[in-house]
Design a protein around this ligand. Sequence first.
Ligand SMILES: Cc1ncc(C[n+]2csc(CCOP(=O)(O)OP(=O)(O)O)c2C)c(N)n1
Length: 675
Amino acid sequence: MPEKDIQQLSINTIRFLAIDAVQKANSGHPGMPMGCAPIAYRLYTKFMKHNPANPEWKNRDRFILSAGHGSMLLYSILHLCGYKISMDDLKNFRQFGSITPGHPEFGLAPGIETTTGPLGQGFANAIGMAIAQEYLGSLFNKSDVKILDHFIYGICSDGDLMEGISHEVASLAGHLKLGKLIFFYDDNGITIDGKTSLAFSEDIKKRFDAYGWQVLNIDDVNDLSQIDKAVEQAQKETNKPTLIITKTHIGFGSPKKQDTASAHGSPLGEEEVKVTKKNLGWDENKFFFIPDEVADHFNKMKNTFSSYENEWNKLFESYKKKYPADAEKFVKVFNYDFGDEWKNALPSFTNYAENIPTRNASGSVINAIAKHLPTLIGGSADLEPSNNTYIKESTKFSAENRSGRNFHFGIREHGMGGILNGMALYGGVIPYGGTFLIFSDYMRPSIRLASLSGVRPIYVFTHDSVGLGEDGPTHQPIEHLASLRAIPKVIVIRPADANETVEAWKVAIEHKSSPVALALTRQKVPVFDRTKFASAENLSKGAYVLVQSEKNPEVILMASGSEVALAVEAFNQLQAEGINARVVSFPSWELFELQTNEYKDSVLPKSIKARVSIEAGVKQGWEKYIGDFGEAICIEKFGASAPYEIIFKEYGFTVDTVVALAKKVLVKVKSKHGL
Ligand SMILES: Cc1ncc(C[n+]2csc(CCOP(=O)(O)OP(=O)(O)O)c2C)c(N)n1
């Protein structure tokens, strides 16, 4: 069969695998794969250096399907290339427990580089990956051997480019001159509601030109020579990311549905599947059909695919000979194997007379460990002096300086969230990003996806309560701790003092499977005298007894962050009045929940029912720990613009209130128990 015919047959195979899977699942998005099949085919078979036998190969070209609703496009091409996605997996599209869910999920099927579906996120992830590649390249590439030297391809859709996050990250990608990025824009003029003209009329070319991207055009996606020309030109441009505006037809080939919104999000319908098959010269009675010629065509590519990796392996061998220390470091970095030196370098705060904001302690930790964690890299969304995220021994990452470890994400929290995910997904780096806790709202969709994907960016959220003071209610988080705690698997840590902050960072570096959010104070808090109080190392257990009366405690005061100091003051007062109490420092619910029941009972014994929680945020969730008799000192309204001491006083965060509540719960407990 002539080359052209086999190409066409392969492209139609992708289309019909997608159509059949969507039809079988009776849900999904056939239109996008039908339109974009030629792009996926050409990239995976001609341009991308990848090896289906080893999807983890470090120097593979990446492919990001930002328009994740078109997942069947990705599953089909991966299946054809020989990734471990079987025909049964395709038939189980969107079924419980399958590796082919409605939208691609990182970690489920090989070859899926990131979880996409929420539009705009994949596009941001790709930019994070490009950044990670540049940084790691600066560490390991030599003028004579480049071991990280690949492209990051992707497809984004109208929806991706409408979403705000795409504006944020495209702007940064242009600024940073990320030349390895090559994105196709699936310009099919259709979204769910109908034509894009309903809500979208900007000139995409001008927009991306203005960001500093190279912008290319393809008039007809079905003309493979146009794809080839565009990709070749994109590869040559090393100083700018490239957007290839590609005219496609949603639902291509479907007589009734092509170019209409009805091809977007529902099966074509049995009748329309038939006529579409007829229309494109396919046997209408065949389902999930891969013609022999197509199977052969892809089989023959296996050697080429593995040769890409073999060539790189040879390159790496020569690298190893010339640069043995770097080669060893390369392997270690991707295994996050940094030895114990960083732990030995962790600071200890022993001047107990000092009051230190936990954000400052965090800055000290970053700078103490940075030397031993060469791929700890991060920055802030333009709040670096407030977040204390700067690594002083390093420089700023920029278009001219890829070895800088300090990132200026600009005022783009959502973009930063998506980029951090891409960096974490790339591997090898430990990315962190800072902003005020209040603005975690601006990056929440990305935080959720990091957790769903099982990757670990570290968030440095400072200004963690009304304790930030005069900036007022617009800047004072109230519901944010609860809201972050509500996201499954996110580890939220609100350390009480400088030494707990050290331990919080230790957890953050060691925890690799979900995001860690550090909530840190702007205001000064005391450094607890650890010769008198329990060790801060207990932070890793999420909650621990910080101090208690010698005799059996009758009441538990539990608090997180800056409110722990208040709990200790109230404890002293209660002691003075002859009431035995216990202070539980409670920096992390999630870490506490990971402990054994025995440990949990030892910190919060069932027998002590008199409990008070103190946290400068909503009560939501504390009920679980304070129980039926407990009381919470919390904030159920917005904050106020004033010096923080005044706000805390006005909002009931005083020793008197804590003591009074402790007594109240004691009375409640005693009367209920008829004592
Ligand atoms: C953040 C977000 N909002 C809404 C959706 C729901 N949604 C899925 S696809 C889509 C838009 C489809 O238009 P387009 O991006 O042009 O894709 P196409 O119709 O070309 O397949 C929307 C709104 C989503 N996936 N993510």
